[in-house]
Design a binder for this molecule. Structure first.
Ligand SMILES: NC(=O)c1ccc[n+]([C@@H]2O[C@H](COP(=O)([O-])OP(=O)(O)OC[C@H]3O[C@@H](n4cnc5c(N)ncnc54)[C@H](O)[C@@H]3O)[C@@H](O)[C@H]2O)c1
Length: 256
C-alpha cells in the first residue's frame, strides 16, 4: 500500500498507459482521479477500476485552461491536496513529412502533447506549493531521442516534454516536488492498435516492431517513480523500451 490515502491524478487515464497506472495506484491504496476528454471511456474505466479501490472520473480537456482549472478545483475541494500527478494524456498522428503537414495538425499535436502537460503541471505545482510537496511523472517517449520517419511533430512534442520536465524539476526540487519522465517505446495500447489498423498488414507491422511492452510494464515504472522508493530520482528521463533505442533506433527489433 505504497500510496495509501494519497490523492493521485492521472490525465488520459481512461485508456492505455493511464488506465494501467491508475489501476496500480488504486491497488496500492491511492485515491485516483482520472482526468480524460472522453467521458464515455472515462466513466467505463472508473467503473471497472472501482473493483480495486476508490476512483473517480473527472471530465477534462488538457488543452483548455478552464477545463483543467475546474477539474483541479473539484479534486482539491474534495481532498484538499494533490499528492501525485501522472501527466500522461497524449496523441500520435499519421506519418507525414513536413510538406504534407498542415499548421493545424502541428498545432493540435503541440496543444495536446505539450501545452496539455504545461497546464496539468501548472495546476499541480500550484497546489503542491501549498502543501509539504508532491510528485509528478510525465509520459514522454523514446521518440524524444530516436523515431521512425514521418513523426516530426510527435518527436518535437515529446522532446519538449523531456526538456520541460527537467527544467521544472530543477525549479521545484527545493519545494520537495519530485519530477521525472518515463520514455516508453512501443506499447500495446489502443493508441498503437489504431496506428497498426492503418497498415495494410497490421500483424506484420506489429511483428516488425520486435518486443512491444504492455502498458502494465510501463505503469510499474510510473508508480516506482511516484513512490518514496524513488526519492533520489529528480529530473530523470527514463527510457523503457525493450531496448528499442539500442543500435540507432532499430535495436532489438531485428531480433524477433
Ligand atoms: N502506445 C505507445 O506505443 C506509446 C509509446 C510512447 C509513448 N506513448 C505515450 O503514452 C501516453 C499514453 O498513450 P496511450 O498509448 O496510452 O494512448 P491511448 O490513446 O490509449 O490513451 C490516451 C488517453 O488520452 C486521452 N486524451 C487525448 N486527448 C486528451 C485531451 N485533450 N485531454 C484529456 N485527455 C485526452 C484519450 O481520451 C485517451 O483516454 C501518450 O502521452 C503517448 O504519447 C505511447
Amino acid at each position: 500500500m505504497r500510496f495509501l490515502n494519497k490523492t493521485v491524478i492521472v490525465s488520459g487515464g481512461a485508456s492505455g498507459l493511464g488506465k494501467a497506472s491508475a489501476a496500480r495506484f488504486i491497488r496500492d491504496g491511492g485515491i485516483v482521479y482520472i482526468f480524460d476528454v472522453n467521458p464515455k471511456a472515462g466513466k467505463k474505466t472508473a467503473e471497472e477500476l472501482s473493483a480495486y479501490g476508490e476512483v473517480h472520473f473527472v471530465p477534462c480537456d488538457v488543452t483548455n485552461e478552464k477545463s483543467v482549472a475546474d477539474a483541479y478545483s473539484k479534486v482539491i475541494a474534495k481532498r484538499g491536496a494533490v499528492d501525485i500527478l501522472h501527466a500522461n494524456a497524449g496523441i500520435i498522428d499519421k506519418p507525414m513529412t513536413i510538406d504534407q503537414m498542415s499548421f493545424e495538425s502541428w498545432n493540435r499535436m503541440i496543444s495536446i502533447n505539450l501545452n496539455g502537460m504545461f497546464l496539468m503541471a501548472k495546476y499541480a505545482v500550484s497546489q503542491m506549493l501549498r502543501q509539504p510537496g508532491g510528485v509528478i511523472v510525465f509520459t514522454g517517449s523514446n521518440w524524444a531521442y530516436v523515431c521512425d520517419p514521418g513523426f516530426t511533430s510527435y518527436a518535437a512534442s515529446k522532446g519538449a516534454v523531456v526538456a520541460f520536465a527537467r527544467a521544472l524539476a530543477l525549479d521545484h526540487a527545493k519545494d520537495n516536488i519530485r519530477i521525472n519522465v518515463v520514455c516508453p517505446g512501443n506499447m500495446l495500447t489502443p493508441l498503437l492498435e489504431r496506428q497498426l489498423s492503418e497498415e495494410s498488414d497490421p500483424g506484420a507491422a506489429l511483428s516488425a516492431m520486435g518486443q512491444v511492452s504492455t502498458p502494465e510494464e510501463i505503469a510499474n515504472l510510473v508508480t516506482f517513480l511516484a513512490s518514496d522508493e524513488a526519492s533520489a530520482m529528480k529530473g530523470s528521463a527514463v527510457i523503457i523500451d525493450q531496448g528499442e533505442t539500442l543500435g540507432y533506433g532499430k535495436g532489438l527489433r531485428i531480433e524477433k
